[in-house]
Design a protein around this ligand. Structure first.
Ligand code: C5P
Length: 308
């Protein structure tokens, strides 16, 4: 059934422009209303045919990524093999460009990349909607890593409606020291809100209007993340990084997803250089990078693009 000798796939990180979190559900998840936005930080995956399933990870903080069957890319490959009745394995080489356990869905990007790579490698030729169904079983953010762009996410985050024609946004990304576990951040959010009546989550219409009008100043003012107080409670140094971004003149500052990566919206690439340099000087984060969005979801690329 194998139809290709090797396949290269690139998958993007995400930022949640708005992340509204409902009360805990009986299944342990939370209903979300979020605006996902895929940005130009990428993980690259090379897939080669094999008799078994193995993963090798290199790049920033690669040692923090599990390489057993709990690796999301391996789980994705196994799920496709089982679903399609493929009697083959795969070796996956992942090069991390997305912060590990940083709240930018790097593991989900790897899972989406593995689905696309194995689909091409094994010649299963699944329609995107069928891959998205498998993706949702692997993790709440995996369907978005497949689709990319900018999209409203509801349910656990796996139900997507694309926001077409939404504006280009430029970002400075600050990498905090340390990592945060997503389930712990959700639990801390529940703890902090235990005395409150938590409403059913809804995306703010002001943010959607600002996106439609391509007005980064208004988008910056509308950025919101219900998990931010929880991430800051577990890692108080994040407040310093957020303050440094505001002082540097960012249009908006935000903990990305469950953190601890912090992201700053800037007006354009020149403003990004300015804010990025100020963040480096602030000493509140261990690394700074710049990116823009929206970018496409996981897709097969030529080996040259993979290395570039
Ligand atoms: O879906 P995924 O495996 O990525 O979720 C990781 C964890 O994050 C879940 O086990 C859950 O604790 C938390 N989560 C949640 N509500 C969501 C998405 C994730 O509570 N909508």
């Amino acid at each position: 059934m194998t139809s290709r000798a090797e396949v290269f796939v690139r998958a993007p990180a995400k930022v949640n422009l708005s992340l509204k979190v409902g009360p805990p559900r009986e299944d342990g998840y939370h209903d979300l209303a979020t605006v996902f936005h895929a940005v130009s930080l990428f993980d690259d995956v090379r897939a080669v045919p094999a008799d078994d399933f193995q993963v090798h990870v290199e790049g920033l903080d690669a040692d923090a990524v599990p390489t057993d069957d709990s690796n999301l890319a391996v789980r994705a490959a196994l799920a496709l093999a089982e679903d399609a009745g493929v009697d083959a394995g795969v070796h996956l080489d992942i090069t991390k460009g997305i912060p590990v356990a940083g709240g930018m869905a790097g593991g989900s990007a790897d899972a989406a990349a593995a689905l696309v790579a194995c689909d091409a490698l094994w010649g299963t030729r699944y329609p995107r909607a069928r891959l998205a169904g498998l993706a949702a079983r692997i993790g709440s953010d995996v369907p978005f890593a497949l689709s990319g762009g900018t999209a409203i996410g509801t349910g656990r985050g796996e139900m997507l409606s694309p926001l077409l024609g939404s504006s280009d946004l430029h970002w400075v990304v600050g990498l905090a020291d340390g990592q945060l576990s997503t389930p712990k951040v959700f639990r801390e959010c529940d703890r902090l809100r235990s005395q409150q009546d938590v409403p059913h989550p809804e995306v703010s219409s002001a943010l959607l209007e600002a996106m439609r009008d391509a007005d980064p100043h208004r988008v910056g003012a509308e950025l919101e993340n219900d998990l931010q107080p929880a991430a800051c409670s577990l890692m108080p140094s994040l407040e310093h990084a957020l303050d440094a971004g505001r002082t540097a003149g960012a249009l908006g500052s935000l903990v990305s997803g469950s953190g601890p990566t912090v992201v700053f919206l800037v007006a354009d690439s020149e403003h990004g250089i300015e804010v990025g340099e100020a963040m480096e000087r602030s000493g509140t984060v261990r690394a700074v990078s710049r990116c823009r969005g929206p970018v496409p979801g996981a897709r097969v690329v030529e080996p040259v693009a993979h290395r570039g």
